[in-house]
Design a protein around this ligand. Structure first.
Ligand SMILES: [Fe+2]
Ligand SMILES: [Fe+2]
Length: 303
């Protein structure tokens, strides 16, 4: 049974209509039919099912509107309270690649009202807002690989078939589908190559670092370069996903859509959400911690 704050029967928080609250648009809530795969994965997306990680479930996050400092980076806030992703996703606030931005700046960039967002953050049910300590980087790597990389390995090829089929059948009435297919065909192989590189080149060095093994200077250099490269890949992925979101009018199902078309839209949106969570774990937690350990190791060797 998922935590009560993550309701799978009432998709209030994964209803894109929540955005209208922040923006005050005339567009009413638009319910989306969340794919089964995504619903099953929601607890993991919010970091509730990570095994063997120490949690502070007893801690209550009694953050009132006044106590959430608007100058705190959004990535740091999500790292502290994973459930904040619900608010940030609904408000289209970039907390993964743009995790270093302050809450105030991130709200400004997303075009949403800072006070409304702070209020929503303060409303997060504190009993359910488990925070996770990420001291054990090997556990985090396992979670990233088993949850997000595995999902991509299954979903990317399956979704490619669907994108091709929908473009072939509906391309005449929806000319934007050609561009969507082109963006997807740039995205999928790049993501596949990226996760392989992480598993083969990046994560083994971080695991070595996490075990306390000493790294050679060449390994330290390589890890720094790899992290920079992975973060650049994340930026490119974000741009392609943004393009796909634009081409689908923010994942709006057209009136003449067949079930395949509808499924494609839902699965593309699920892919974007999963990628936000995935990139957050890497950019704002794993890579930050690895760089901190790396700096500590270099300092201790040179002191
Ligand atoms: Fe990854
Ligand atoms: Fe990555």
């Amino acid at each position: 049974m998922p935590p009560s704050c993550v309701s799978t029967s009432n998709h209030r928080w994964i209803d894109r209509g929540v955005c209208s609250r922040f923006r005050g648009t005339a567009r009413g809530p638009v319910s989306i039919n969340v794919p089964r795969l995504l619903v099953a994965r929601i607890p993991a997306m919010f970091g509730f099912t990570l095994k063997n990680l120490r949690t502070r479930s007893s801690r209550r996050f009694e953050m009132s509107n006044a106590t959430i400092d608007p100058q705190r980076p959004v990535g740091e806030l999500v790292r502290e309270v994973p459930a904040y992703t619900r608010v940030f996703e609904a408000a289209d606030i970039d907390y993964c690649c743009g995790g270093d931005a302050s809450l105030e700046l991130a709200c400004d960039q997303a075009g949403v009202n800072l006070d409304d967002v702070r209020e929503e953050l303060a409303d997060i049910q504190t009993d359910d807002a488990e925070a996770t300590d990420w001291d054990d980087l090997s556990e985090l790597i396992d979670d990233v690989v088993e949850t997000h990389h595995q999902y991509l390995r299954e979903e990317l090829p399956a979704l490619e078939g669907l994108v091709r089929k929908v473009t072939r059948v509906h391309g005449e009435n929806h000319p934007e589908l050609e561009a969507l297919q082109a963006a997807y065909l740039d995205l999928a192989p790049a993501m596949t190559e990226h996760i392989l590189e992480e598993e083969e080149e990046v994560f083994p060095i971080i695991e070595k670092l996490d075990r306390g093994d000493s790294l050679s200077d060449a390994e330290c250099r390589r890890l720094r370069e790899e992290i920079e490269e992975m973060e650049a890949d994340h930026e490119e992925t974000a741009e392609l996903l943004e393009r796909i979101a634009e081409l689908t009018d923010e994942y709006t199902v057209p009136a003449d859509a067949c079930p395949s078309y509808e499924s494609m839209i839902e699965r593309l949106e699920a892919l974007e959400r999963d990628t936000h969570e995935h990139v957050h774990k890497e950019n704002n937690v794993l890579f930050v911690e690895a760089e901190t350990k790396l700096s500590g190791g270099i300092e201790s060797r040179t002191s």
